[in-house]
Design a protein. Structure first.
Ligand SMILES: Nc1ncnc2c1ncn2[C@@H]1O[C@H](COP(=O)(O)OP(=O)(O)OP(=O)(O)O)[C@@H](O)[C@H]1O
Ligand SMILES: [Mg+2]
Lengths: 327, 263
């Protein structure tokens, strides 16, 4: 196997600077700053980061929609802005989350036919292809309904079908499950898994940590355009192995104590979530000092149901990597 | 060029056009109103004699074709930008210009229909149908004029991709074409501005049509209809070449600034 087939995506020193436009008078914006990574064939690679981190910009540079300011993005060894765009475009596709990106006045089938033609797919192969795609995304029954009458979930599945018309070897997914109900989101995830199992290389962005943890073989976390963490979930967890995580489940809202703790500088992050009528507070310490008894008394007034150290989740890692960059 | 993309875009434009009844306004009502107004203006309340009627009716036809071209080519790309479909198109190996070409041809066809409707209105309502002295020339000329409008439309739609003010541009461009194409009055009236007419292919088409329709009409040049046709085809080639270059430049610009999705 040659290098470009083992690593269909190779990114080196990728940088995108948006120049201020005459009209907007915005300052120059470094959206992606010297990012390097590679993606293996058949891998699901996750790109995580807060809003405005540069995820979409990165994906657009990889999918030939944007030209990098410096550095390079190579798809199967071809530069995404080096004159081979047409060949690259034949092999890749992109799904963006959200409502936009389909012709509302056309039916699902007409949308798929239009895009099959843009990929110059043989006329006599189109019917079978479209039928197959509709089946994959479970839209066979809705094929002849106009997209304007589709639900959000149906539109999102139609997006995926659209992105599969050229049987892409690399599929970019920019927040593919945004705004979907849990069941449809799960369907989408299992479809992504299936595609990867059949050899499609996948790069996805998401704001849902459990989704990234469930799907991704490797992850890159970016913040403010820069790489702040890169590796397998296990490797990323290694990065925070020298810190303790305490989880306290209480019956009452420990708001007062949490806000007091927030003023101290001993923690990477603290957050409380309400789960099934209980309050679950997670605290990540900056080191591995033992604070169990201290917290036991701090939270005793709220009716502790459970307290103890916990393994770091991807969310803990994310918050510590992205958070430490902010402060 | 991806022929399948062109024909598919043609069909898609047709389906979308027919799905949206508001097109009736620029396509049918506007040229009709224009013809009525022009007929009254030219007749001055008096007799509707042949050359004048022809100018009005041709004017109405050209208005229908041109208005349709402008609105349709400006609107379809704007629609793609609002709709978020321009990126999925750019993602494909097909050049955006192929898609726009297919749509422009549909728009041109609708334009042709507009022109025919104007002739029918003129006949039905005023009983002043155009009697064409040389139909063998007139109708091919009508079609050629139409495609010359389509090729200007193609070039302009390249600019529409870049501008966020498509509708303003459309409105600004609509009127000058009526004036400079010679559809409303002879371009010799324009004086120093006359050369502008010569770079608009439709001027030559209108000239050729008048020459074909009215016995005794004097062509812009002494060379007559064949010269008109030659110039028109040459201009069309130039427009289309310019459109190709513009689309290339625009794709580069968009890929640098990312302004494609900001509107
Ligand atoms: N075309 C553009 N011109 C100028 N600035 C831009 C442009 N596109 C994006 N940006 C800026 O670049 C930065 C990165 O944006 P990007 O869309 O890549 O973030 P993101 O990680 O995808 O965020 P989100 O999670 O909100 O989708 C942001 O600050 C954004 O405002
Ligand atoms: Mg984004």
């Amino acid at each position: 196997m040659t290098a470009e087939h083992e690593y269909p995506i190779v990114v080196e020193g990728l940088t995108k600077v948006f120049k201020p436009t005459r009209r907007s008078k915005l300052p120059e914006k470094v959206a992606v700053n010297d990012v390097s990574f590679h993606v293996r064939k058949g891998e699901i690679f996750g790109l995580l980061g807060p809003n405005g981190a540069g995820k979409t910009t990165t994906i657009k540079m990889l999918s030939t929609l944007l030209i990098p300011t410096s550095g390079s993005a190579k798809i199967f060894g071809m530069d995404t802005s080096g004159g081979d765009e047409k060949r690259i475009r034949e092999m890749i596709n992109l799904v963006s989350g959200g409502e936009r990106g389909l012709y509302y006045r056309l039916t699902g089938r007409q949308n798929l036919r239009f895009f099959s033609n843009l990929y110059n797919i043989d006329g006599n192969k189109q019917d079978a292809l479209i039928e197959k795609l509709l089946e994959i995304v479970k839209l066979t029954d809705a094929a002849d309904i106009k997209v304007e009458d589709y639900s959000r979930g149906m539109k999102q599945r139609m997006h995926i079908a659209r992105a599969l018309v050229n049987d892409p070897q690399i599929l970019f997914l920019d927040e593919p499950t945004i705004g979907l109900d849990p069941e449809i989101a799960r369907d989408v995830r299992s479809l992504v898994r299936q595609l990867a199992d059949s050899g499609t290389t996948i790069m996805l962005t998401t704001h849902y940590m459990y989704e990234a943890e469930e799907l991704c073989d490797r992850i890159m976390i970016i913040s403010d355009g820069r790489n702040v963490g890169y590796g397998t979930v296990a490797e990323l967890k290694q990065m925070v192995s020298d810190t303790n995580i305490i989880e306290i489940v209480t019956s009452d809202d420990p708001h007062d104590t949490v806000s007091k703790l927030l003023t101290e500088r001993r923690f990477v992050h603290i957050n409380t979530e309400r789960i099934a009528g209980r309050y679950c507070t997670r605290v990540q310490l900056k080191d591995d000092t033992d604070v169990l008894s201290e917290f036991d008394s701090l939270f005793s007034g709220y009716g502790i149901r459970k307290i103890g150290y916990d393994e770091p989740t991807l969310e803990d890692i994310y918050l510590s990597l992205v958070g430490s960059d902010e402060h | 060029m991806n022929i399948k993309a062109v024909t598919s875009s043609f069909r898609q434009q047709g389906i979308q056009f027919l799905a949206d009844p508001q097109w009736i306004i620029p396509s049918i009502i506007a040229p009709f109103m224009f013809t009525v107004v022009a007929l009254y203006m030219y007749s001055g309340g008096g007799e509707l004699d042949s050359p004048i009627v022809l100018t009005a009716v041709l004017g109405g036809g050209v208005l229908g074709m041109w208005g349709n071209m402008l609105f349709a080519s400006g609107f379809t790309i704007t629609y793609d930008r609002y709709n978020g479909t321009i990126e999925p198109i750019m993602m494909t190996p097909t050049h955006l210009i192929d898609v726009i070409t297919g749509r422009s041809i549909w728009n041109a066809l609708i334009g042709l229909l507009n022109a025919i409707l104007v002739f029918i209105f003129a006949e039905l309502i005023f009983g002043v149908g155009v009697s064409v002295s040389e139909p063998l020339f007139f109708f091919p000329m009508l079609a050629l004029t139409l495609f010359s409008l389509a090729s200007i439309g193609l070039m302009l739609s390249a600019l529409f991709v870049l501008t966020r003010a498509s509708f303003v541009v459309m409105t600004i461009l609509e009127f000058p074409i009526y004036v400079f194409s010679g559809a409303l009055f002879p371009i010799s009236v324009l004086g120093k501005l006359e050369p502008i007419s010569y770079i608009l292919a439709p001027s030559w088409g209108v000239d050729a049509m008048k020459t074909a329709a009215v016995a005794g009409h004097e062509s812009i040049t002494a060379f007559g209809i064949y010269f008109d046709v030659a110039v028109m085809i040459l201009l069309m080639v130039i427009y289309i070449a310019a459109a190709y270059i513009l689309f290339g430049v625009i794709e580069r610009n968009i890929r640098n600034s990312g302004t494609l999705v900001r509107y």
